[in-house]
Design a protein around this ligand. Structure first.
Ligand SMILES: *[C@@H]1O[C@H](CO)[C@@H](O)[C@H](O)[C@H]1NC(C)=O
Ligand SMILES: *[C@@H]1O[C@H](CO)[C@@H](O)[C@H](O)[C@H]1NC(C)=O
Ligand SMILES: *[C@@H]1O[C@H](CO)[C@@H](O)[C@H](O)[C@H]1NC(C)=O
Ligand SMILES: *[C@@H]1O[C@H](CO)[C@@H](O)[C@H](O)[C@H]1NC(C)=O
Ligand SMILES: *[C@@H]1O[C@H](CO)[C@@H](O)[C@H](O)[C@H]1NC(C)=O
Ligand SMILES: *[C@@H]1O[C@H](CO)[C@@H](O)[C@H](O)[C@H]1NC(C)=O
Ligand SMILES: *[C@@H]1O[C@H](CO)[C@@H](O)[C@H](O)[C@H]1NC(C)=O
Length: 257
């Protein structure tokens, strides 16, 4: 009996400690050594379920509609993350995700592609010349293709186009297509006056919408600073709304003063 009690109090102590160290009750555990900030979720019991990413063998990955990309960085304060775009099939100017038609996000989810991306479409057909992209022969993508060993195979394909992503049709998709451009790459916050050998590694920045209060079934799902009530903006959904005097902090995922 004494042993059982001892075990019980040890378990309680561990539990208290575990709760004590997490800033938010709802924060997911680290993936490998990488923190998973709220509202991002790697499991059904943590984070916000609309913000699913995956922890795959100790590394975070982002699932698009048809494919998966490594997450290379996360900034919880500006609610952005960077994924690593697909690489080229060796010695060709075709991206490995051509069969999935490039990066396509589910537009019902709270992630979109930010306007900090400079996207280069490579190995394009001349049908693309009717588009509003910059496909001029002295464009930035030509400079990239000429100077970067990574895209050397693309020198053999004369048409490439450059554009700043974000908004409209590009908020949820950067498309590669057999009938359009067969490859693409992207750079976050590119200073285009820098020589190509000083450009950053390719990356594509996504942004997430500020999360609303967490969904709850009963009061037991909420902490003592919030109350489980129906959401006036969505029928049938109940959320942990902050008690009076406190407000919802979507970055920490808690109610604060
Ligand atoms: C450009 O794309 C076409 C169609 O997929 C492919 O056949 C060709 O090899 C690509 N060009 C280069 C230089 O890889
Ligand atoms: C991508 O996935 C969607 C939904 O799962 C599917 O309808 C579509 O055909 C897929 N597209 C490609 C190019 O694989
Ligand atoms: C897109 O996300 C919504 C909301 O989670 C989900 O219901 C839907 O099945 C997703 N669509 C696809 C094609 O995966
Ligand atoms: C790229 O290289 C080609 C061939 O060497 C040259 O004609 C062209 O001017 C270069 N373009 C840029 C933008 O550097
Ligand atoms: C992307 O999401 C952010 C954050 O919610 C929003 O402010 C922005 O308008 C969205 N951009 C587009 C093009 O939908
Ligand atoms: C909730 O349901 C009622 C009746 O079905 C409908 O009139 C109302 O617009 C709905 N409200 C929201 C926010 O979906
Ligand atoms: C409740 O809010 C108070 C005041 O901001 C804070 O000190 C306390 O840690 C919160 N408790 C929980 C469980 O979040």
């Amino acid at each position: 009996m004494a042993v059982t009690l001892n075990l019980l109090s040890t378990a309680l102590l561990l539990l208290t400690c575990a709760v004590g160290v997490t800033v938010s009750v709802n924060r997911c555990p680290n993936c490998g050594s990488t923190a998973v900030p709220y509202p991002l979720s790697t499991g059904s019991s943590c984070g916000d379920q609309n913000y699913k990413i995956r922890c795959d063998a100790g590394s975070l990955v982002f699932d698009t509609l048809n494919n998966t990309y490594p997450i290379t960085s996360i900034n919880r304060f500006n609610q952005r993350l960077v994924i690593q775009p697909a690489s080229l099939v060796p010695n060709t100017c075709v991206t490995t995700d051509l069969r999935f038609e490039g990066v396509q996000l589910n537009s019902s989810l709270p992630f979109n592609i930010t306007s900090s991306n400079t996207v280069m479409f490579l190995n394009c057909t001349d049908s693309i010349l009717r588009s509003p992209l910059d496909c001029s022969s002295n464009g930035l993508c030509h400079e990239y293709v000429n100077e970067s060993s990574r895209a050397a195979a693309c020198e053999a394909s004369p048409i490439c186009c450059t554009f700043k992503a974000g908004g409209g049709a590009t908020a949820y998709a950067i498309r590669a297509r057999e009938t359009g451009c067969r490859a693409y790459t992207s750079f976050v916050n590119l200073q285009s006056d820098l020589p190509v050998n000083r450009w950053p590694e390719p990356g594509m920045e996504l942004q997430w919408v500020s999360p609303p209060e967490p969904v709850c079934g009963t009061q037991a799902d909420c902490d003592r600073n919030s109350t489980c009530r129906s959401d006036p903006n969505s029928n049938g959904t109940r959320r942990c709304f902050c008690n009076s005097g406190l407000f919802w902090d979507p970055i920490e995922g808690v109610c604060t003063e």
